[in-house]
Design a protein around this ligand. Structure first.
Ligand code: SF4
Length: 350
C-alpha cells in the first residue's frame, strides 16, 4: 500500500499545489488523456448544462479535525476558512425561495462550524431533507458529545467516510487510530437507531480507493463491508457509496509524488462512460462555498472555478431561474466523475 503521511495541509506546508491555478496548470498540460471537452463533444454532451437544482450543497469551510492524505478540500486543523452566520443566513434565505428538497452540508468537518446546527435546524424548519457529510471521528471530539443526539433528533441523513473495513487501509489514508475511532462513532450512531431498519435514520458509508485505482463495483464491495463490519464490529448501516478519487489537491499531490499521475489520468479517461457523464452531480446540484461564492460542484469549488457563463456567482445574487439550466464549467478533473459507473453519492465526503 503506497500512501503519504500527512500532518498538515498543502497550504500550511507552503506546497505550490495549494494554489488552484497550479493544479489547473498540471491538469491542463501534464496528462495522458485527451481534453475532457473533446470526449464530451463526441458523446454529444458538450457544453454541459444543468437540468434543475434538487440538491443545495453548502460547504461551510475547510476546518477539520483530521488531515487525510486524499482530501480534495486540503482541509485540516490548520485551516481557518469557515462560513459566517451572515453567509449562512443568505443560504437559508435563498433556499426558502425554492422547493429544493435536499440540503447537503459538507466541509472540512462541517459539524465544527459554529453555524452548523443552526443551518440544520433552519433547513429542517423549511421541511428540507438534510445530509451531513461526516468524517465520523468528529462525533468523539471534545465539545461534541451531544452531536449524535442532535443529528438523530433532526433526522439528518449521515454520509460517513470509511475508506475500508480494516484498520490498516483506513489509517493509511486518514491517520493513525482513525479506524478505531470511526468504529466507536458508528456504534454511537447505531445505538441511536442509525442504520437500523424502521428507525428512519439513514446511515450511509462512503468507500474511496486507498491508492491510484478506480473503485470496484458498488454492490460487491457493499456486501463485503456489511459482512465484515457486522461480524467483526457489530456495526450495521444502510448503503455503501463508492467514489472515485479526484485528481486534485492532496490526491493530486499523492499521484505526482508516487509517479502515478499520468497513469491514473489515462485510467480515468479510458473508463469514460457516456451514461455516467450524462448523470454527473453538477447537473442537479448547486454548491455554495464558505464565503458565499457559487459553484457547479465541490470539486470546482476547490479549483476556484466559480459558476460562469452569465449566471449569478454569489449567494447574495441567488436567482433560481438563472441557475436551473446554467452552463457548467468543466475541465480535465471531470474525468473523475465520468469513469466507470461514476461516483454514487453525489460528491465526496469530508
Ligand atoms: S467535477 Fe464537477 S463539473 Fe466536473 S463533471 Fe464532476 S461534478 Fe461536474
Amino acid at each position: 500500500m503506497t500512501t503519504l503521511h500527512i500532518t498538515q495541509s498543502l497550504m500550511a506546508r507552503g506546497n505550490p499545489l495549494a494554489a488552484p491555478s497550479e493544479q489547473l496548470r498540471i491538469l491542463a498540460t501534464k496528462n495522458g488523456c485527451p481534453p475532457f471537452e473533446e470526449r464530451m463533444r463526441a458523446a454529444l454532451l458538450f457544453p454541459l448544462h444543468a437540468t434543475g437544482v434538487t440538491v443545495f450543497q453548502i460547504n461551510v469551510g475547510k476546518l477539520c479535525n483530521q488531515t487525510c492524505a486524499h482530501c480534495h478540500v486540503d482541509a485540516g486543523p490548520d485551516r481557518r476558512e469557515v462560513m459566517t452566520r451572515e453567509t449562512a443566513e443568505l443560504c437559508i434565505r435563498a433556499l426558502a425561495q425554492t422547493e429544493i428538497p435536499t440540503v447537503d452540508i459538507t466541509g472540512g468537518a462541517p459539524e465544527l462550524n459554529p453555524n452548523f446546527r443552526w443551518l440544520v435546524e433552519q433547513a429542517r424548519a423549511l421541511g428540507r431533507h438534510v445530509l451531513d457529510r461526516c468524517n465520523l471521528t468528529v462525533l468523539l471530539v471534545q465539545g461534541q458529545a451531544d452531536l449524535a443526539d442532535f443529528l438523530a433528533r433532526n433526522q439528518v441523513e449521515m454520509i460517513a467516510s470509511l475508506p475500508y473495513y480494516r484498520a490498516a487501509q483506513t489509517d493509511a489514508q486518514r491517520g493513525l487510530g482513525v479506524f478505531d475511532k470511526s468504529i466507536a462513532a458508528l456504534r454511537k450512531l447505531n445505538a441511536l437507531g442509525y442504520g437500523k431498519e424502521g428507525s428512519g435514520l439513514l446511515l450511509n458509508l462512503v468507500y474511496n480507493p486507498v491508492g491510484a485505482f478506480l473503485p470496484p463495483k458498488q454492490e460487491a464491495i457493499e456486501a463485503q463491508f456489511k459482512r465484515a463490519l457486522e461480524r467483526e464490529n457489530g456495526i450495521v448501516f444502510n448503503r455503501l457509496y463508492t467514489i472515485t478519487n479526484m485528481p486534485i489537491s492532496r490526491f493530486l499531490e499523492f499521484l505526482l509524488s508516487t509517479g502515478n499521475y499520468e497513469g491514473y489520468m489515462e485510467r480515468l479517461a479510458n473508463a469514460f462512460n457516456p451514461a455516467a457523464a450524462a448523470g454527473v452531480m453538477c447537473r442537479y446540484m448547486l454548491s455554495v462555498g464558505w464565503d458565499g461564492t457559487l459553484y457547479d460542484c465541490d470539486f470546482n469549488q476547490m479549483l476556484d472555478l466559480p459558476i460562469g457563463f452569465g449566471a449569478p456567482q454569489h449567494i447574495r445574487d441567488f436567482d433560481p431561474g438563472q441557475l436551473d439550466a446554467r452552463r457548467i464549467a468543466t475541465g480535465n478533473h471531470c474525468y473523475g466523475c465520468t469513469a466507470g459507473a461514476g461516483s454514487s453519492c453525489g460528491g465526496a465526503t469530508a
